[in-house]
Structures are given as structure tokens and as C-alpha cells.
Design a protein around this ligand. Structure first.
Ligand SMILES: O=C(O)CCC(=O)C(=O)O
Ligand SMILES: [Fe+2]
Length: 280
């Protein structure tokens, strides 16, 4: 394998990442690396304590309570505001985002703020650019981040995330960015018989040509035919990673009773824009 064919993440901490690559977000935008991975960026002990708090406050279903699963069989529960799911009604989306900001204002009391941690790492990786919550020109902000809690069976099939290419939204300021990334903090792995559910990033940027295989659920065939390699992002509780959401990516089905919990964001980036916007 030649040097050119290597496709390895930048890791394992901000210092080594910046030593290896002076502009890691540019590398991500160009698809030169599959991901940027910061190991143990956040305390697993704080993850566990906050998950208990989410359950105690009724923000997520208790995986140990079978009656709860009978009342509510959603395989994904969100704590936060999703532009992809709520963006069709802009006023309602922005009002929901405001509620999330209020909730997050006290949700982490007594522990390190995981949202601040994520923004802080991104801001350092961004060099001279400033990372901030996405906002409209009138100052109204989007949701800062979102906890996605995935229960048994939940699957993300091969897909991309992109406000214009996929969601076809043009009435939000984040559409000004050339590139969209995700920043994802692993809050809890789904573990079952020694296996954990992990994201797979394919070395394939979305194009209209690839879309056919996405729409028909035949991306695995496309990947085989075209020799598309992939990288599995093996995470542990407290690990944080960033990737380009124009890469075809997927998360296989969650197995077992332990939900897969991530703190997730999307990120807008352009090489020539001094701001990096973060939303969910
Ligand atoms: O849960 C993950 O690790 C990634 C999920 C995903 O598809 C995304 O954040 O775009
Ligand atoms: Fe995604």
C-alpha cells in the first residue's frame, strides 16, 4: 500500500493532532483523513452520572425498566433540538432551540459541561477561526448540541448529512458553509456479548452518482464494485470524534439493552470563513 492510500484518523489528542497536521479541519474538508479522534476528552464518570440524571429526570427511558419500553417503544430519543427533524418550521425550530439552551443551562450542574468541552476542542482545532453556536443574522441561535439515545435495533443506514445537498434547506444561514462536519462525543457504548456498535465511515464523498445506491439501499454493492474502503471509528465512553458528513457513513444496529448515547453536533466550515458554526 502506498503512502497515498493510507486513510487514517488524526489522533489521539489535540496536541498530537496539531503536531501532525497544522490545519486539521482543512484535512477533514478535503477527505484526506477519515476522522479526528480525541481519546478520553470527557470523563466517563461524568458520562455515567449525567446518564443517571437523564433517567431520573425522565429525559430518557430507563433501559432497566421493561414497562417503560412498553409505554414508549421509540428506538431513538433526543434531548435537544434537531434541525434535520424540525427545520421545516423555522419559528418553531428556533423556539425549541431556545428551550434546549435553557435546559442545558442547568442540566450539567455539578459536572464538567460536555457541550463546552466539545466547542473548546473544536475551537482549538480551528486555529484562528472561532467556533460558536450557529445563529441567524438577527442573532437567534440554533440548538447547541443534542443527546441522541439509541435503543436496541436502531440503525443508521448508509447516508450523508448536509443542509443543502440532502435536506435541501436554503433558508438558514448555515447554508453559507461549503462543508459540513459532525462532532460526536461517545456518552455510552451499546455493548452486547463483547461487541459494541460503532460508526463506519466510507472513503467516498457523496455525489449525484452515488445517490442512486443510497436511494435504493445498495451502497454495499456500489462500494464493492468501486473498491471503496472504510474506517470503523472504535470509540469508548468519553471519546470525541469529528468527521465530514459528506462521506457516506452508517451506524449498524444497536444490539442488547444498553442504549448507545452520543452528544452530537453538526459543524459548518469554509476554508475562507473566520467562523465555524455548530448546531444540532
Ligand atoms: O452516532 C454517530 O456516531 C454518528 C451518527 C451520524 O450519522 C451523524 O452524527 O451524522
Ligand atoms: Fe450522519
Amino acid at each position: 500500500m502506498t503512502e497515498n492510500n493510507r486513510w487514517e484518523p488524526l489522533a489521539p489528542d489535540v496536541e498530537s493532532i496539531l503536531a501532525a497536521e497544522s490545519d486539521p479541519l482543512l484535512a477533514l474538508s478535503e477527505g484526506r483523513v477519515p476522522a479526528i479522534i480525541c481519546r478520553q476528552a470527557y470523563s466517563p464518570v461524568h458520562c455515567q452520572a449525567l446518564i443517571k440524571r437523564f433517567i431520573d429526570r425522565g429525559l430518557m427511558r430507563d433501559p432497566d425498566d421493561p414497562a417503560a419500553a412498553e409505554r414508549d417503544n421509540r428506538t431513538r430519543i433526543d434531548i435537544g433540538t434537531s434541525l434535520a427533524n424540525r427545520g421545516s418550521d423555522k419559528e418553531a425550530f428556533l423556539a425549541h432551540a431556545e428551550d434546549t439552551r435553557t435546559l442545558y443551562g442547568t442540566l450539567f450542574e455539578g459536572y464538567d459541561d460536555p457541550v463546552k468541552l466539545l466547542y473548546g476542542v473544536l475551537d482549538t482545532l480551528a486555529g484562528k477561526k472561532r467556533a460558536m453556536t450557529a445563529r441567524e443574522p438577527d442573532g437567534r441561535q440554533y440548538g447547541p448540541a443534542i443527546f441522541r439515545i439509541h435503543y436496541g435495533g436502531h440503525t443508521y443506514k448508509p447516508h450523508i448529512d448536509h443542509v443543502t445537498l440532502r435536506e435541501k434547506r436554503f433558508n438558514y444561514d448555515v447554508t453559507r458553509f461549503d462543508h459540513q462536519f459532525a462532532g460526536v462525543l461517545c456518552f455510552q457504548n451499546a455493548m452486547h456479548e463483547g461487541r459494541s456498535t460503532q460508526a463506519i465511515l466510507h472513503r467516498c464523498m457523496w455525489t449525484p452518482e452515488v445517490q442512486e445506491s443510497i436511494a435504493t439501499d445498495t451502497f454495499p454493492d456500489y462500494a464493492l464494485r468501486n473498491g471503496v474502503s472504510n474506517y470503523t471509528v472504535d470509540l469508548e465512553q468519553g471519546d470525541l470524534y469529528f468527521f465530514n458528513t459528506r462521506l457516506i457513513h452508517e451506524v449498524p444496529a444497536v444490539e442488547g439493552d444498553l442504549p448507545r448515547i452520543v452528544l452530537a453536533t453538526f459543524i459548518g466550515y469554509s476554508p475562507d470563513d473566520p467562523e465555524v458554526y455548530v448546531w444540532s
